[in-house]
Design a protein around this ligand. Structure first.
Ligand SMILES: [Zn+2]
Length: 367
């Protein structure tokens, strides 16, 4: 049973600022659960109802229990609806008037809110047009659930033309590496889903919401699972840092920002879908790469995985076949980047890496 508070109660023995309480509606009346007090049952005949609250958008229920006057402010639409359905007919005319009042207050406030939000957005746009601050602010307003819709849609589009490796040692190995890393991400709101694609392309990327795509070409090129872990740690941090969303909002511009601020999930997902496959190969900015590098390095360390794998892999690739490697075109390994990574790695405390539960050579042999 869900017994989280859905109303605010006032009365003696309760704080002056009100106490969060839970109101349950039944055909007999209300049952009110108050913090640290016995639950109170009130019949419909024993209570009065008015509209109230700062914006007149709440149902205010008053009753007396054991000689003590109490008031509950109901704002949850589900409770208000349940109340209207359960209340006896003689309470109805009054209640309907109150509910109409509440609805009027709500819609009036919505219009006002829309105008206010519009003005604020307009002002922000003037101040920050084209600035990264606006993009970042918009991105922080995107719920993870939207992010997943965007990532899921893009993954679907991308995989339509690909051959997916559904099971086997390679899939298990990539999942194990991802799991080891994900466990060390604090307050991680993402469930990372790994897809291995059969292709000679040497690449891996992560889509918004935590969808990770790894090509068998990358697994064949990697000399050790540490190298794969290095790439994945970097990619997972692009997700955690919401870099993909930043690119999307930046690419789509003002329309995306407004869509986010008015809370239009379908609108944003639709806009992102128009970007389609491009999303999967969006190039990140220099600053984003650095962030993903450094945070990726720390994540490897926390997961007790050798943190030099990533540096080695990129360096090896850039020496051998620069032009054929997609990973390098989206993540160019400049000398400066390698130096900074090495310097950061040197500051981490020494530790003995914990081996993975698979033989890398066997995984590669199965590809
Ligand atoms: Zn990157």
């Amino acid at each position: 049973m869900n017994d989280s508070p859905n109303a605010l109660c006032f009365g003696s023995n309760l704080p002056a600022a009100g106490a969060p309480c839970r109101v349950e509606v039944s055909s007999a009346g209300l049952r009110v659960e108050l913090p640290d007090l016995p639950a109170e049952a009130i019949s419909f005949t024993g209570l009065s109802v008015t509209a109230g609250g700062f914006d007149q958008d709440q149902l205010v229920v008053k009753w007396t229990h054991g000689g003590v006057e109490r008031t509950a402010y109901l704002k949850d639409p589900a409770v208000i609806t349940a109340f209207r359905q359960a209340a006896p007919p003689d309470l109805m005319p009054h209640l309907e008037r109150t509910a109409a009042h509440v609805r009027r207050a709500r819609s009036g406030r919505r219009t006002l809110l829309a105008v206010a939000v519009g003005s604020v957005i307009g002002l922000l746009l003037i101040l920050w047009l084209g600035s990264d601050a606006l993009v970042r602010m918009a991105v922080t307003h995107i719920p993870v659930e939207w992010e997943r819709s965007i990532g899921d849609a893009t993954r679907g589009q991308f995989l339509a033309g690909q051959q997916v490796v559904k099971e086997g040692p390679a899939v298990a190995a990539v999942q194990e590496i991802t799991q080891r890393l994900a466990e060390q991400i604090p307050n991680n709101p993402y469930t990372f889903e790994v897809t291995v694609v059969r292709s000679d392309v040497v690449n891996a990327f992560a889509l918004p919401g935590g969808y990770v795509i790894v090509f068998t070409g990358l697994l064949k090129k990697a000399d050790s699972p540490d190298e794969v872990a290095g790439v994945l740690s970097h990619e997972l941090n692009h997700v955690v840092l919401r870099h993909g969303l930043e690119r999307i909002v930046k690419t789509l511009g003002i329309v995306a920002v407004v869509t986010i601020f008015v809370g239009n999930q379908e609108g944003l997902v639709g806009l992102a879908k128009q970007l389609g496959i491009e999303l999967a190969t969006l190039k990140f900015g220099r600053e984003q790469e650095m962030e993903a590098d450094l945070q990726g390095l720390r994540l490897l360390h926390r997961a007790k995985i050798a943190s030099d794998g990533m540096i080695h892999f990129f360096e090896r690739l850039s020496e051998s076949d620069k032009l054929q490697v997609e990973l390098l075109s989206t993540h160019p390994m400049s000398a400066a980047r390698a130096e900074r990574l090495k310097a950061a790695a040197a500051t981490l405390p020494k530790q003995e890496p914990v081996p993975f539960g698979f033989e890398w050579k066997a995984v590669q042999a199965g590809l």
